[in-house]
Design a protein around this ligand. Structure first.
Ligand SMILES: [Zn+2]
Length: 446
């Protein structure tokens, strides 16, 4: 990536394209709402995005796949003692229907075996928000101890719920798990601590069901078949509009498409809107697996990326010199520069597991916008146009530098090097906890 290439990139007005991306996202959010995979809203919004890309002169394609899905039903968790009150709850994905039952509540601390009191069989557990265990681990222990359900207290105050997946492998949960608010969770914990009997009625109608869905792919052919993949997850949770998580990434990818109209980059640029990230990275797994033989130079993941302060090589040191040179050649350098720290749990992981170099940005979003993610208030009014415009400018420059530069080649890491990418950053326990370690056992999305 030469200085000349970096300067050429700056002449494209990515900021104006970012504003167009924000306007497109506003239509998507307001016309469809949250985009939980498998819902009519998800399908409608994906078709709308495709049609807006066609209006830019492109021919995007759908890459279909099937996966273990999940539908939210009319679930109810009601306090029956010491008084009647319907609790504010959101089932974790892959919670499964059961006949309504009533049971006493019991506090299980952080959900580790040592945290359990005696005689919890037949009860509903109240789990602290401070737990660090993956859902799969605490739910397994809870089911083994004979618990009938888990209420997981939220880490954010203010009546918020945190929608989240209960399984990265698509298994139905052995007992239902619900997010409940910090306020009601604390209330119940205080009653239990005073020895008051607390009893609830639980009825789960949410259900697991296979889903046919698709990623949306836009290929901007370059002079070389070598490819830069830029991905952002399209799906969101259903409680709000999914504006920050990850409408922001949808808008940033759209802004790239908008800015690159009529251009032929040096390398091919593939923009991929992944589906079903929130349920367990299903879309990016499908995309990465179906590109096993593709000459991918790098994959850039945009999941809740605000205005960048650093670019992150996600543990692959072979990327660092090129990223350093790119940042050094920029007029406005990233304040923190280049970082190299891997983390688990968004779509870059799927590509890393196939040996592809992955990149993201360190780009935190202001708390007044980001705190609502996965809940009701993740709506377009929380996303200032300026965040999309300013971030799109940095993202656009990096993508063009990767596409037009001659550095790096489409080589992949060996499986051993890939394993070291995770063990080197202490990610193995977390991955084992969700069922993704050892690496060969992770299930495929087909
Ligand atoms: Zn996300």
């Amino acid at each position: 990536m030469s200085v000349a290439v970096a300067q050429a990139a700056e002449r494209i007005d990515f900021g104006a394209s970012g504003k167009a991306g924000h306007a497109m996202l506003t239509r998507l959010c307001d016309d469809f709402g949250g985009r939980l995979v498998g819902t009519a809203a998800n399908r409608g919004a994906l078709e709308q995005l495709a049609s807006e890309l066609r209006a830019l002169g492109y021919a995007p394609t759908l890459e279909r796949f099937t996966m273990p899905g999940w539908e939210r039903g009319d679930d109810r968790v009601e306090l029956v003692a010491p008084f009647a009150r319907r609790l504010r709850v959101a089932a974790l994905a892959y919670s499964h229907p059961h006949a309504a039952f009533e049971a006493d509540l019991v506090a299980i601390g952080d959900g580790r075996p040592a945290d359990y009191p005696e005689n919890v069989g037949g009860k509903i557990a109240l789990l602290n928000h401070s737990t660090t265990l993956p859902v799969r681990e605490f739910v397994r222990t809870a089911a083994e101890r004979g618990l009938r359900g888990v209420l997981f207290v939220d880490r954010e105050a203010g009546g918020q719920l945190l929608a989240r997946t209960g399984s990265f492998v698509g298994e139905s949960l052995p007992i239902p798990v619900y997010s409940i608010t910090q306020e009601e969770g604390g209330w119940l914990q205080r009653l239990l601590a005073r020895g008051r009997p607390v009893r609830a009625r639980m009825e789960t109608r949410s259900r697991c069901a296979p889903v046919e869905t698709a990623n949306l792919v836009l290929r901007i052919a370059g002079r070389s078949p070598e490819t830069i993949v830029v991905g952002a997850h399209f799906d969101s949770w259903d409680l709000g509009q999914g504006a920050l998580d990850n409408g922001l990434g949808i808008a940033q990818l759209y802004a790239l498409a908008h800015a690159l109209r009529g251009r032929e980059p040096g390398r091919t640029i593939e923009l991929i809107w992944f589906n079903a990230e929130e349920l367990g990275l299903w879309g990016s797994r499908h995309a990465a697996e179906s590109r096993r033989d593709a000459p991918i130079v790098a994959m850039l993941n945009l999941d809740m990326v605000g205005v960048p302060i650093a670019v992150n090589a996600l543990g692959d040191a072979s990327l660092v010199p090129s990223l350093e040179r790119w940042n050094a050649a920029r007029a406005a350098k990233l304040p923190v520069g280049v970082q190299n720290v891997n983390w688990f749990g968004s779509d870059h992981t799927s590509f890393q597991l196939e040996g592809v170099r992955a990149i993201t940005f360190n780009a935190s979003i202001p708390r007044e916008s980001v705190r609502y993610y996965h809940d009701f208030a993740d709506s377009i009014d929380k996303l200032p146009e300026k965040i999309v415009a300013d971030s799109a400018a940095v993202i656009g420059e990096l993508v063009l530098a990767l596409a037009d530069g001659r550095e790096l080649s489409a080589t992949r890491r060996s499986p051993e090097e890939t394993a070291a990418l995770f063990t080197g950053f202490g990610l193995e326990p977390r991955m084992r906890g969700v069922g993704w370690w050892p690496l060969a056992t992770k299930p495929s999305a087909r």
